[in-house]
Design a protein around this ligand. Sequence first.
Ligand SMILES: C[S@@+](CC[C@H](N)C(=O)[O-])C[C@H]1O[C@@H](n2cnc3c(N)ncnc32)[C@H](O)[C@@H]1O
Length: 323
Amino acid sequence: MSLMSREHIRSVIAAIEVANVEGPLWRPDGDVLNGLSGSKTVGALQRLAGLFANLSDACYLEIGVFQGLTLLSVAGATPSLPCFGIDNFSILDPEGQNLGIVHDRIARLGCDNATLINLDFQDALLSLGDHIGARRVGAYFIDGAHDYRSQFVGLMFALPYLHDNAVIVIDDANYTFVRQSTHDFLVSHPEFKMVFEAYSPAHPANMDAITLARWESDWLNGVNILVRDPDRLLPDMLPPVTANRDLFVNDWLVHRHVLAELAPEALALAAAVIAGDTAAVHDARTCLIAAYAADRPRFDARFPDRNTQSGGLTQGRFNRLSG
Ligand SMILES: C[S@@+](CC[C@H](N)C(=O)[O-])C[C@H]1O[C@@H](n2cnc3c(N)ncnc32)[C@H](O)[C@@H]1O
């Protein structure tokens, strides 16, 4: 049993405990940094990254930079630690301004240790060594796309690059499919243990102003925090998941359907029909038909259902040993 592991796990828990009471460790003067993460989440990231600040082989990594709140809060608090943030600015950026905002904030805050990786997160993780070199990720924050697969891939593809003592902070754990991916990762990787979980009553978009202000100074949309525990010192602790997996089965039913990509528009139409809102039905119907027309050749080339995307694939091939 390793004394180092025990001490490290204690340090991780102590860092989270302080963040849970005190919030951010450091924040810049004025209004240079705002964003979409809770104050306690920011404080935990800063303190957890700080555990690796004096290790020359370590770095901080995050998926989901947005306008730089978490990346630059960590980079500013731990100037000796290289901090990398992955974002392709594919959502929450209708004016296409976020890349410029991040670069501007890096310059204004003088965060020379912050590096933006402007790529899709999967591509970035598959080539992570090209970006972080021989460093290992000590503190890792996952706050990008929140579908089940993206969450799980975010955990799995980073594994070869994680530090022996890595800590993983998973944001938006209010979502059941985020918790499900954390759950599945923990069950399949028992050398990792959850050390902390916290949730709020709803997504911030569904909170009134007073409730939102209260949770913005907290963990906002929920968090799961994991630590590598190779000696299995911690007991098992799993995030709550629903026993009913119908929604995951629905993934399969949607993905194989001729109109799979139109599921969001189709659901908006269904909601308008159920609400009996004639104007909303008209608008949603117009959106659905426009989205269909925009990509019609793709839809028309498919079967009504049970599409497999297997046409043209090999009917059988082996992988053989060389020599
Ligand atoms: C909730 S925001 C991150 C908030 C940020 N951590 C903060 O503190 O303000 C989520 C970010 O994930 C990014 N994102 C979503 N899907 C992505 C993908 N496939 N690859 C890279 N980034 C992605 C979005 O562009 C968005 O900026």
